[in-house]
Design a protein around this ligand. Structure first.
Ligand SMILES: [Zn+2]
Length: 57
């Protein structure tokens, strides 16, 4: 199970364990999903993802 999921269409990263209905992660198309190695926010940030305002403080 991954901790974080990136949405390439919006360049937003979500925290899966803390996801909210507002995140709409089920609407992210498979081609737009990115998982991170290492699976950390620092890694997502280094790829220019913005933090989701619903599931990441
Ligand atoms: Zn989110």
């Amino acid at each position: 199970m991954s901790g974080f999921l990136g949405d390439k269409s919006k360049m937003t990263v979500h925290h899966l364990a803390n996801r909210k209905s507002e995140c709409n992660i089920y609407h992210i198309e498979m081609k737009d999903r990115e998982y991170f190695t290492p699976d950390t926010l620092d890694c997502a940030k280094s790829k220019d993802y913005e933090f989701c305002k619903f599931c990441i403080d």
